[in-house]
Design a protein around this ligand. Structure first.
Ligand code: FES
Length: 105
């Protein structure tokens, strides 16, 4: 599947991902800027934060309580906020669009 990251400045990055891979891993592998992912995917840093495009939100499983708590540490949390290390690619998520926040801190 492929996914698209849109930076805060509008720059788009189309990235291919493997099934089961986290969205964060796909972004990191493709060197998408703006996702430092400091904790390496342990749901402990909130620097892999992104906003899920509105049209996709209902198709993602809801965040678990650990992710939800950690999201409170994210920069400018919104209803569409997710930690991308906790979103895993499936065939159904082919085409997923994520918007990157202005900052991760
Ligand atoms: Fe640290 Fe996602 S990489 S919370």
């Amino acid at each position: 599947p492929t996914l698209t990251f849109i930076e805060h400045n509008g720059t788009e990055h189309k990235v291919s991902a493997d099934i089961g891979q986290s969205v964060m891993q796909a972004a990191t592998f493709a060197s998408v800027p703006g996702i430092p992912a400091d904790c390496g995917g342990a749901c402990a840093c909130a620097t892999c934060h992104a906003y899920v495009d509105e049209g996709w939100l209902a198709r993602l499983p809801a965040p678990d309580s650990t992710e939800n708590d950690m999201l409170d540490c994210a920069f400018e949390r919104r209803d569409t906020s997710r930690l991308t290390c906790q979103v895993f690619m499936t065939e159904e998520l082919d085409g997923l669009v994520l918007h990157l926040p202005a900052s991760q801190f």
